[in-house]
Design a binder for this molecule. Structure first.
Ligand SMILES: Nc1ncnc2c1ncn2[C@@H]1O[C@H](COP(=O)(O)OP(=O)(O)OP(=O)(O)O)[C@@H](O)[C@H]1O
Ligand SMILES: [Mg+2]
Length: 242
């Protein structure tokens, strides 16, 4: 029996909480359940999950290994579909999206950051950041290369634009991945253990970059983490129970 529990772990300044509340919900999850069907039987992962995320909020999702954190993130980002319940991002019914509609939604509304970076090895940092929108570059109403460059500057890699992943440190690779996740100016940034593959010092630096982006850009940020220190820095904490 698993369920996500929602609790406020940190009271930031009242002003910040007030601003976030005023922004209103960007994401709403209603009575959502997910069961994986395998040849050897069913794995019930999430049951009757309910929560809301306000625009500009920074949420940490924690829970033991196998509790369903990655599953939850995949459902929020339309990489998978729930069996029951609803997921709303703004006015989009995410739970109804399939195939091309789900791909369009991910490209337009969501940014993903993964533990293992998943950069393309033959591309430079700049090309990696441009990659998600490269096939659509002619239809864009902004300069893709310029936006990618600005994002790499924002994550502190303005002097590494031409470096392929093999010539970047782990922390630098994750910062490229963060810039890539922001290339579409996503409504929500979903990060699955973004510091999990980094040493503590580098992990703290990467977290700092994410916080900075969230605070200065009013970027809604949802981070899955095993690290209680990271969870403590969040505005709110959602625990997935096994
Ligand atoms: N595609 C799948 N098919 C069947 N079972 C799956 C699938 N993906 C995940 N599971 C199972 O669902 C449960 C939740 O997996 P999930 O990856 O969401 O956990 P998690 O909380 O992210 O764990 P961790 O902290 O180890 O990353 C696990 O028991 C896992 O084995
Ligand atoms: Mg996981």
């Amino acid at each position: 029996m698993e369920q996500a529990q929602d609790s406020t772990t940190k009271q930031d300044s009242t002003t910040k909480q007030e601003i976030i509340q005023k922004n209103g919900p960007i994401l709403r999850v209603k009575d959502m359940s997910k069961t994986y069907k395998t040849p050897t039987g069913s794995v019930s992962v999430l049951q009757h999950v309910n929560f809301e995320v306000q625009q500009g909020e920074y949420i940490a999702i924690t829970g033991s290994s196998g509790s369903g954190k990655t599953t939850l993130l995949m459902l929020l980002g339309a990489l998978d579909t729930p069996d029951n319940g609803e997921i709303w991002l703004d006015t989009t019914a995410v739970h109804t999206l399939r195939g091309v509609a789900a791909a369009d939604f991910r490209r337009e509304k969501v940014g993903f950051v993964f533990q293992l970076f998943y950069l393309l090895p033959t591309m430079t940092a700049l090309e990696n950041v441009m990659a998600p929108l490269l096939p659509y570059s002619r239809k864009l109403d902004f300069n893709l290369k310029k936006r990618a460059q600005v994002l790499l500057e924002r994550v502190g890699l303005g002097d590494r634009l031409d470096h392929p992943p093999t010539r970047l440190s782990g922390g630098e690779q994750q910062r490229v991945a963060i810039a890539r996740a922001l290339i579409n100016q996503p409504r929500v940034l979903l990060a699955d253990e973004p510091t999990g593959n980094l040493d503590p010092k580098t992990g703290t630096e990467v977290l700092h970059v994410l916080r900075e982006l969230q605070e200065s850009g009013n970027q809604t940020l949802i981070i899955v983490t095993h690290d209680p220190e990271i969870a403590r820095t969040a505005d709110r904490h959602i625990q997935v129970q096994q």
